[in-house]
Design a protein around this ligand. Sequence first.
Ligand code: DGI
Ligand code: FE
Ligand code: FE
Length: 192
Amino acid sequence: MFGYLKQDITKIQKKLSKKLSESRYQHSLGVAYTAASLAMRYEADMEKALLAGMLHDCAKYMTPDEMLKMALNKKIEISEVERMKPDLLHAKLGSYFAIKKYHVKDKEINEAIICHTTGKPDMTLLEKIIYVADYIEPSRYKMPRLKELRKMAFVDIDKCLIMILEDTVKYLEESGLYIDDNTKKTYDFYKK
Ligand code: DGI
Ligand code: FE
Ligand code: FE
């Protein structure tokens, strides 16, 4: 049992480790503990940060085809870019599984899982923490200026968020990938 949320974190971890690949599971642990550390730094709810971080990619074991089918089946709203790149749906489906399979029904946690890939305008502190932790957790290594971002996360989370958004949009543009409406809206909101 784990703290005031009364969630059995050991049980959740065990279940998750059976679903995800070893590297995806290690990434999830990394996000969970990075998010918990950021929550300590910014006086956010540490338990919610840990749980949201742990579960944020819990749908990532599915193939894009399966994700699209399931989202249609469960009447989950699908954006134009999500239809073309259904892998993005792992965020919305992750929130669905958090509720249905892991019995985590906290609205703030579910919202943080939903927006962890694209972000959204005017994010809550918990949402920012999950978005940032997903990018900087210890096993990440491919993105540019990670050292700078990791430090900035603990100095000024808003500044760090903007830097990640800039890098993400730049990466998507350079790779010729479609930018989701939510990514665009988030970028425009925080650029000002
Ligand atoms: O699930 P993770 O790999 O841990 O990380 P994530 O949920 O942030 O997903 C990252 C991937 O999502 C990365 O390859 C970039 C992609 N992505 C994020 N926003 C957009 C996007 N891809 C497209 N096509 N459009 C977006 O707006
Ligand atoms: Fe993800
Ligand atoms: Fe992730």
